[in-house]
Structure formats: structure tokens, C-alpha cells
Design a protein around this ligand. Sequence first.
Ligand code: MG
Length: 157
Amino acid sequence: MTDFRIGHGYDIHRIRPGSGLVLAGVVVSRELAAVAHSDGDVAIHAAVDAILGAMAAGDIGQHFPDSDPRWSGADSTIFLRRALELAKEAGYRPVNLDLTILAERPRLGACRSEMAARLESILGCPVNVKAGTHEGCGAIGRGEAVAAHAVVLLVKA
Ligand code: MG
């Protein structure tokens, strides 16, 4: 019997005027930035939580606490590579990752394939990026925050 594990992750960060908003490891705006301890990449944070969830290994805050100065301004691909390493140490590899990013601003449609390619190069599996708005609802709809949902499937290699 094939040994599959599935995990889900969610993250949200406030955004502000700034010099770079990073999503899925790609700079998607040079006029915005996330309010965060690390680089505030919600897409990667959701993906990390999905992998950790699949491994029953807790959450991103336990592995990379925002009280730790090492992670101040950190490139979140470090967290993704570490989560992947944990899965691999346990004998698992990712089958696919499905991401939904919600942002009223910036508009992400034009960056979708670059974001998917960036994560595929790290994870070595197909990555789908869906980019939606929040239809004007709530903080995301007012352009005050961006959020992401991630679902990942792992298989025992
Ligand atoms: Mg986060």
C-alpha cells in the first residue's frame, strides 16, 4: 500500500508601503512589503505549514520562532528547504503542491508561472499557483493584507 500524507497550511500578513513584497520566493511588488519578522512570504509560510502538517511535525512557529533573531528578515525559502529536509529525512517526497494566494494588491496574475517555477525548483514536484482577490471583503479586500492557503501531498519515496 502506498504511503501518502496530506497537509494543509494557511498564512496571512499585513502589508504596508515598502521596498519589496515577496510571494512564493518572487518579488511581486517594489512598492509594498509585508509586516513580518521574516520576509513575510505568506505563500511559502503556508507551504511550510502544509509540509509540517503532512509530517505531523507541528507548525512553522515552533520550528522558526519569530522571537529568534536568526529569522529577522529571513528569506523564507530557507524555511521551505528545511521543511522539505525534514520530510526527506522521514523518507517522504512531495507529489504536488497547490497554492491559493489572496491579494487585492498587487495583482498577481502575471507572476503566477514565475512563482510556480520558483517553488518547483525547490520542491522538485509540480506546483500550481492560483491567484485571487478577496472581492473587496475584509482586510485582504481593502488591500491591507495578503493571505495564502496551501495543500501538499507527500509520498513515501
Ligand atoms: Mg507568516
